[in-house]
Design a protein. Sequence first.
Length: 360
Amino acid sequence: MKVTEVKAEVLRLPFSIKIGSMPRINASGTLVTVKTDEGIEGYGLSHFSLSDETQVKFIEGALSKMVVGKDPFMIEEIWREMYNNSWRILFGVGQSISAVEVALWDIIGKSLKKPVYKLLGGYRDRIKAYASFAFALAPKAAVGMAKAAVQKGFKAVKLRIGEGLAKDEEIIKAVREEYPDLGIMVDVNSAYESAKEASELANICETYDVIWLEEPLPSDNLRGLSELRARSNVEIAGGENDFGLRRFREILEAEAYDIIQPDATRSGGILQVKKICALAEAFGVRAIPHIFGFGLIMAANIHVIASSYNSDWMEFPFYPDEFYLLKTPIKLEDGYAVVPQEPGLGVELDWEAIEKYKAK
């Protein structure tokens, strides 16, 4: 038996409810119908939220692609794929909240004619930057990308790995042998589930003098991460897919990371991540925000980093300037990112590029 279709539609009863700290909401729900090639249909219903129409789009536009064609009896397989590719990483709730909050800070800064980092309590106006590669590369290509980064002035790079331990070592080794003095970080993006594999990878990283090992395990495996951190001589980093101050308190109390990596555009916004950085400082842990994607994401996070004592690096997405969607990209000088000094986030959107890349 195979799933052939996933449909969703909103149901709305003719009354509203108010429970606890919730706002008053319509008594509504999202009905899900799953069809199979044997004519059997299954139904599910979510209820009482503020996002029914959004859920419909998400279920039909995203989750359906992970379910159609699958054997409906393989629930563990299907659930894991939905979780790994939606709630844990790409669902968008945290991102949506964060984006609104960041826009408000931009307004505040512009209104007060001050860059946001000074409103947060400025600490630095230049930040060590590392070139963050967009995807895993073969060893030769990784060396070539590292060369391009060095030519642009970067003193450190982050390699994407998680391709299997043997391939991972080949990638790291090739770049290290070509650039003995280059700072190297590596990002696994939670590709490994096994603590044994993650531990072996940490040993490989130690051999090649890697600065930190990022997301060697999923961030919901706090026990595994804590045990790995205790054994590893290489710093363990992560947290880009976690949301909110309380979640990061749990992470810090579990001693899961040497470096936490909240993101102002994923973890709740600028103020929330500023609080998270301060909490990490109290635990004696560095907070180096995750940054990837567009220039506004860089801008939001650079202001947090520039106002946080325990944030000493900035992730700098390494791809063509056009993709930043800014009229003037954030400057890099001698390996340091220069904090924008204009009011608000301090950057100007390239509306021509934005029109070009709008989803049609």
